[in-house]
Design a protein around this ligand. Sequence first.
Ligand code: NAD
Ligand code: TYD
Length: 352
Amino acid sequence: MTLLVTGGAGFIGSNFVLDWLAASDEPVVNLDALTYAGNLANLASLQGDARHVFVKGDICDRALLDGLMATHRPRALVHFAAESHVDRSIHGPGEFMRTNVTGTFTLLEATRAHWMSLDASAKAAFRFHHVSTDEVYGSLAPEAPAFTETHAYEPNSPYSASKAASDHLVRAWHHTYGLPVLTTNCSNNYGPYHFPEKLIPLMIVNALAGKPLPIYGDGMQVRDWLYVRDHCSAIRAVLAGGRPGEVYNVGGWNEKPNRDIVHTLCALLDELRPSPQGPYTRLITHVTDRPGHDRRYAIDARKIERELGWRPAETFESGIRKTVQWYLDNAAWVADVQSGAYRDWVQKQYGG
Ligand code: NAD
Ligand code: TYD
């Protein structure tokens, strides 16, 4: 029994691999191209652990995928690998189409060939779990009901459009070929190992460095936030008990405007690492809004609770406190990821 994970050196994937191997002895083959977002330091605690096999490679490489399937004969795939940052997709959508669309297509085809080679009982037990986002559903009006699994697809950014395309491919491979797929569409994650280009880690590391806290537009855009380990437990629940061909929305029942998130982070840092210069809110600046910025996302996570008994374990208050503490305790990890290409990105996106 082996699990093949793609993108397991990124933020959510590495948390998933660490959680998986903390709870199970089933080996994980971790395929990751180690783009700017992939970081083997996230998996340092697994060094020398024979249950974790890391393979540096691209999900668009069909020969590599075929070789991995033949060697490891996985009983399931969990597909995290993606370009995942909306702002980067606005600057350069090409890589999003390549990895998120062509990469998912290539992985589906390699998986289908492997699945076809299995005997009847292994074929029935096999799963392809596609990890996706609530952003495929588009933007909600302030009082509109939260996204259910049957909400129309209305992606607005190159990132969400590429993820929507990948969701459609996964659906079609089930419908046409019978591949036993599962899809989860999750809200915004936060927690350890989050690359500091996304809102929460960016605000923490900027505040600690005495740099501006750049809120896009009026800061009243609403996101649902979920602690990353809760996303991992949701994936485990769906992988174990989800019905093939079904979609499960995953969320934290925790909608908040960006401004509130930034104020909460400032208050926690004032408590845990007070600055001699005064409250961290002094660093908040409002900058030009993101083009096409979605106003609100909200997840209705009743289906996964009803069918699989999953609910998040963390409240926002407990999860965000753990997260801030993790960044305070892991200054070396932050310094490492901020070296090199990270600086070019900050210059391109925020200037100066
Ligand atoms: P991430 O950007 O932190 O990590 C992505 C990983 O994929 C990196 O390790 C990168 O090296 C790898 N990768 C990229 N291109 C690859 C390729 N061509 N071949 C092999 N590996 C490649 O992303 P994340 O935040 O951990 O997100 C993981 C998945 O979860 C994505 O599919 C994303 O769409 C989805 N998701 C993310 C969130 C969120 O809040 N971060 C929410 C819902 C869904
Ligand atoms: P982000 O973490 O990029 O996730 P997503 O765009 O996938 O939801 O951004 C979360 C929210 O925070 C989003 O509304 C954009 C906003 N934001 C800022 O206001 N300032 C920033 O510097 C960043 C990175 C994001």
